[in-house]
Unconditional design. Structure first.
Length: 138
């Protein structure tokens, strides 16, 4: 198993998705407390983590938030928990929790299903800059 610091949360995303890469860059920008580390689902670290968690990425093609020793979340729950950690006005996203998870995940799934068509796809996973490299599991 990958050595993950206990004080970090891991975000797994689709490394070839332009939307996902844009979201990762935004999370890095708003992660003032340096809470998150990242792995692409296609990477060795991503494959090892999803296997460890028992997640079949052929069935669950979604963002995954893993809190070592605590739990993991997928889809809209993962997105909302990530935004909660930003603090400030991002805490207002709690109002989205009035909607049932099943409803939020339907919206999430529509976006996820069309993400390549709407936002494009890269040939390979994003290569982090030297400054960002410490934020990614290898």
């Amino acid at each position: 198993m990958i050595d993950i610091p206990k004080d970090k949360k891991i975000i797994l995303t689709d490394g070839v998705c332009n939307l996902c890469n844009g979201i990762v860059l935004k999370i890095i920008k708003y992660d003032m407390r340096n809470t998150f580390l990242f792995a692409n689902l296609q990477s060795e670290a991503g494959k090892e983590l999803t296997k460890y968690l028992g997640i079949d990425t052929k069935k669950i093609d979604a963002i995954i938030l893993y809190e070592p020793g605590v739990s993991y979340e997928i889809k809209s729950n993962a997105a909302l928990k990530i935004m909660d950690d930003f603090g400030g006005f991002w805490k207002l996203t709690f109002v989205l929790r009035v909607f049932p998870v099943s409803f939020r995940d339907v919206i999430y799934d529509i976006i996820a299903k069309n993400r390549y068509k709407w936002f494009g796809k890269k040939e390979s996973c994003m290569m982090p800059t030297p400054e960002m490299k410490a934020k990614f599991l290898s």
